[in-house]
Design a protein around this ligand. Structure first.
Ligand SMILES: CCCCCCCCCCCCCCC/C=C/C(=O)SCCNC(=O)CCNC(=O)[C@H](O)C(C)(C)COP(=O)(O)OP(=O)(O)OC[C@H]1O[C@@H](n2cnc3c(N)ncnc32)[C@H](O)[C@@H]1OP(=O)(O)O
Ligand SMILES: NC(=O)C1=CN([C@@H]2O[C@H](COP(=O)(O)OP(=O)(O)OC[C@H]3O[C@@H](n4cnc5c(N)ncnc54)[C@H](OP(=O)(O)O)[C@@H]3O)[C@@H](O)[C@H]2O)C=CC1
Length: 306
């Protein structure tokens, strides 16, 4: 049996002393024991570390494999309120989807009252609504049926930030696309048709990558692997980039920009691109660090460039 003392990471004050812990226990088990003494800190809120400012231990790490003596000293940090990913994504995506529809149906008090519940004479406006709705419905379905998230939860402050981002931008895009004075794209049907084709391809590509990532975890979270192209041609982008799901996501929004020819859509695409590039570069660096045989030709998000 092993002893575990848990100290507050900030004050170094002892919060708990567990004197009979099975050495095969995981960090997740220790969090559950700690939770018994502190019911306000459910396991998902807890971060346990071996150094007060070090890296948080993963829930699946085993006590006897850690570099500790007979008494393991761990530092506790409260991560604050947490929400499950499915709840978070429902709030983000359903919010974005419904906000857009308010503008599409021109509910009163958005545009002049003479336009209340009228529809646009331009077919591209309806097509844009179908594409936007499809995009978020797809992401909702992926959240339920495809993704296997490693973090069980998300911080409450992240959901507030993400909802502001998605709902705010959805309203802004929808306002202009569904505006009674909206003018269709300069090159008419040809522009719309090509944009629709690339949009559909990018959506299929994005789904294919999400399925590949999910398949990496079919046998649980323990085996560490990096993603590889499969027989599905949409996954061949893995030959060139570490995060093709982001490449396809940016492609879908670029197509939507060409389809609607609306400046706020281009601005939203740019914001998404910047955010995804930051994440992709971080993940790319992590893959290179972890896997010595990582393909050197791969870039983070844009083949051969970025
Ligand atoms: C016209 C309208 C305009 C509107 C404008 C609105 C402006 C808003 C701009 C904001 C832009 C935001 C863009 C969002 C786009 C969103 C897209 C998506 O929805 S993508 C899918 C959703 N994904 C995410 O949102 C990412 C969420 N994930 C995270 O935030 C992090 O993964 C994490 C915090 C959960 C964990 O971080 P990670 O790097 O994996 O862990 P570390 O161990 O390195 O820790 C770093 C740091 O975070 C603390 N931490 C870790 N876990 C948690 C947790 N569960 N809760 C709270 N805090 C956590 C950890 O302790 C570290 O802190 P430190 O102080 O260093 O100790
Ligand atoms: N329009 C916009 O502004 C933005 C849109 N998005 C969209 O949302 C989608 C999801 O975003 P995000 O969560 O950041 O995408 P990620 O690529 O970080 O993750 C997608 C899923 O794949 C898992 N995963 C990732 N890498 C691996 C790996 N090497 N092995 C096993 N599983 C892995 C993740 O698990 P884990 O829980 O470990 O992360 C997660 O479940 C994006 O693909 C994009 O389509 C995202 C950001 C901005």
């Amino acid at each position: 049996m092993q002893k575990v003392e848990v100290l507050d990471a900030k004050t170094k004050e002892q919060l708990c002393f567990l004197d009979k812990v099975d050495p095969h226990s995981t960090i997740g088990d220790i969090k559950s024991l700690f939770y018994k003494s502190y019911p306000q800190w459910y396991p998902a809120r807890q971060a346990l570390r071996l150094e007060s400012k070090g890296k948080s231990l993963r829930d699946d790490e085993i006590l006897q494999n850690l570099p500790v003596g007979t008494t393991a000293t761990m530092y506790f940090k409260d991560l604050g309120p947490q929400l499950g990913w499915t709840t978070v994504f429902f709030a983000e995506y359903i919010g974005a989807l419904l906000t857009y529809l308010l503008f599409f149906f021109r509910v009163p008090y958005i545009y002049s009252h003479t336009y209340a519940f009228t529809s646009s004479p331009h077919p591209v406006v309806t097509l844009a609504c179908v594409c936007h709705t499809f995009h978020y419905m797809k992401r909702l379905m992926e959240t339920i049926f495809v993704h296997r998230f490693s973090h069980g939860t998300m911080p409450l402050r992240t959901i507030i930030k993400n909802c502001a981002y998605y709902w705010g931008f959805s309203a802004w895009l929808a306002y202009y696309i569904n505006h009674p004075l909206y003018t269709p794209p300069s090159y008419g049907e040809l522009q719309i048709k090509y944009a629709l084709i690339t949009f559909a391809m990018c959506e299929m590509g994005n789904l294919s990558i999400h399925m590949s990532l999910s398949n990496l975890r079919v046998d649980g979270f323990r085996v560490r692997r990096f993603p590889m192209p499969t027989k599905n041609p949409f996954t061949w982008l893995f030959f060139f980039v570490s995060c093709p799901n982001y490449t396809y996501e940016v492609g879908a929004w670029m197509s939507f920009t060409v389809m609607t020819q609306v400046l706020p859509v281009a601005i939203y695409t740019l914001f998404g691109f910047i955010q995804m590039t930051i994440w992709a570069k971080g993940k790319h660096r992590a893959y290179i660090r972890e896997f010595k045989d990582y393909p050197s030709v791969r870039m983070a998000i844009i083949p051969l460039i970025l």
